[in-house]
Design a protein around this ligand. Structure first.
Ligand SMILES: O=C(O)CCC(=O)C(=O)O
Ligand SMILES: [Fe+2]
Length: 353
């Protein structure tokens, strides 16, 4: 990527401010009482963590966790292999380029809201193959399978990624349990949705950009799935829309922490008690940046709708049920068409008040 091509230039309203104020923004939650094998689980300490998570989901839709139990050596190995992969010549990376038929692998021309992102990515799914609908058409009942495309170099990429995925999965499912508890529901309330999960992991590389005031690494968006567990390096650039005033708040890198955010599916399940929040990534004229989001996603046949236990006469369901698989394939395929319309969003299923 050289000088900034017009395809990358954000509308003036959405351009980032380079003078950022780094506030101690999103909550930092210590998971020691949940994870630590030697602390005999102290119900009081667990209750405190559950309350902190509930408050963070309600007030921010974002939080960071430390002492989360993920073996960090597995993350480091994945980061190292990712750097090696992105350093390869473009022709080499494009051998496993994602396309309309094979939606996983390498990609360097993703758009968010029709503006190109200043990044290149490598996507893989955690369950292989991943069972998905063959098309976004609601009438089409056919299913298909997604397979990963692994590069020849670096040869260890596949193994380190697969191990890392199994490691983060434990944290992601644990967090779903804590979120269920914070809603007054049984810890396993969400478990059945992840039986044939469509979870994926993305390796993100944001090269240094000559015009960081014009472009974004990822334009403003919300994550569509259940929960995102994000590892970022020490460069920084992620910004989160603060719910209280709509200001963009930089998420300061915290060593060894994960950033967690609520996805659209949780917004619908909780009937908006917990809302997914817009975020975006700023780029930097000097430093490249790497990040690794783990997108915990339900099985494709999950019908997403407000949980029965959380709705009543005073709090009617705010969403009509929709199929996760159809929603996801619709999003994936819109990447291959230069659409002048917004891609599918949960507000399309919102019941008007
Ligand atoms: O790189 C980051 O910090 C966040 C990336 C992100 O929001 C995404 O890939 O959905
Ligand atoms: Fe995101």
């Amino acid at each position: 990527m050289g000088e900034v091509d017009p395809a990358f230039i954000q509308d003036p309203d959405h351009r980032p401010k380079l003078s950022i104020t780094e506030v101690e923004g999103i909550p930092l939650i210590d998971l020691t009482p949940i994870i630590s094998p030697d602390s005999i689980s102290d119900p009081k300490a667990i209750e405190v963590v559950v309350r902190e998570i509930g408050n963070a989901c309600r007030d921010w839709g974002f939080f960071q966790v430390i002492n989360h139990g993920v073996v960090l050596d597995k993350l480091r190995k994945t980061e190292t292999a990712a750097r090696k992969f992105f350093a390869l010549p473009l022709e080499e990376k494009r051998k496993i380029r994602r396309g309309e038929k094979s939606v996983l692998g390498y990609y360097d021309s993703e758009r968010t809201k029709n503006v190109r992102d200043w990044k290149e990515v490598f996507d893989f799914t955690v369950e292989e193959p991943t069972l998905v609908p063959a098309s976004p058409d609601p009438e089409d009942k056919e299913e298909t399978e997604w397979y990963n495309q692994w590069p020849e170099h670096p040869p260890e990429l596949r193994e380190v990624c697969e191990e890392y995925a199994r490691e983060v999965e434990k944290l992601a499912l644990k967090l779903m349990g804590l979120i269920a508890l914070s809603l007054g529901l049984p810890e396993n309330r969400f478990s059945s949705y992840f039986k044939d999960q469509t979870t994926s992991i993305r390796l993100n590389h944001y090269p240094a950009c000559p015009s960081p005031q014009l472009a974004l690494g990822v334009g403003r968006h919300k994550d569509g799935g259940a929960l995102t567990v994000l590892a970022q390096d020490d460069v920084g650039g992620l910004e989160v829309r603060r719910k209280t005033d709509g200001a963009w708040i930089r998420v300061k890198p915290t060593p060894n922490a994960y950033i967690i955010n609520v996805g659209d599916s949780i917004q619908v399940w909780t009937n908006e008690k917990y809302q997914s929040v817009e975020h975006r990534v700023m780029v930097n004229s000097e430093k490249e940046r790497f990040s690794i989001p783990y997108f915990l996603n339900p099985s494709h046949y999950t019908i997403i709708k407000p949980l029965e236990e959380l709705i009543n006469e005073q709090n009617l369901a705010k969403y009509r049920p929709y199929s996760w698989g159809k929603f996801m394939t619709n999003r994936k395929l819109s990447n291959f068409k230069k659409l002048n319309v917004e891609n599918i969003q949960i507000h399309h299923f919102r019941v008007s008040e």
